[in-house]
Design a protein around this ligand. Sequence first.
Ligand code: GLU
Length: 290
Amino acid sequence: MPPPVFRFAPSPNGYLHLGHAFSAMLNFDLARQSGGRFLLRVEDIDPTRCRPEFEAAIEEDLNWLGLSWERPVRRQSEHLSEYRAALEKLEGLGLIYPAFESRLDIAKLIAEQKVPHGWPRDPDGVPLYPGTSRSFAAEKAQQMIDAGVRYSLRLDMAAACARVGSIGWTERGEGPEGETGAVAAEPAAWGDVIIARKETPTSYHLAVVIDDALQGVSEVVRGQDLFWSTSVHRLLQELLHLPQPVYRHHRLIRDASGQKLSKSTDATGLRELRAAGIDPAEIRRRVGLA
Ligand code: GLU
């Protein structure tokens, strides 16, 4: 049996906080305890938000926490051709279509529907895409692309689900409602998700699935906020014939008012805590790791 492979996969769009520290240390500890490998992956596909100085700061903070990882670090922005190849496979299956609506257009389209009980939302609370561009004839879509209209590439969810049938995953942690063990995936709850953008041949969902497969990640350990994204990841793994890791979603670290941490602040940022004289052992204690 090859050793298990774990990874911590931050996006370098800000500084690390206690929530990141918990996730990284948990991955590291699980790798150590199981004789496994620990990888760091930089999820930097969004050039508008990711910056090299944040990446450098992430490595510095993780070093300070006492973690070490294999090199070279995989940086997603350096692997666009691998994502493009996967996208082409999905296109070849006829499961991808260009969608031309901006977020504002989508909001207007939904408002026009006047649905009495509200428009359905995805597990993150975002209104589902109404599917308007799905029915465009290929020539019309091509004309719009040629005219330079911005677009995203969306997955035809109904067709994708019909192709793979029922799927699920093994959960070693816990979902938001205590889901554990054999969990049934519900990708349809996400509607026609964005799989790539005009200027970037991938999205979070596609890149994460390709990278986990290429890096041989066998156990995905990450926050519960990504629990239901796993449904999309499992669907893509089936469509692309990729191996499925097991998943371990962990509790989220919350601030004093009970909110999930989203930005590093004086109270939660690792740099700030370090400057205030807090040591890594105390960070472990604060996030509840022995
Ligand atoms: N890059 C994602 C984030 O920072 C994590 C991806 C994952 O663990 O699957 O939230």
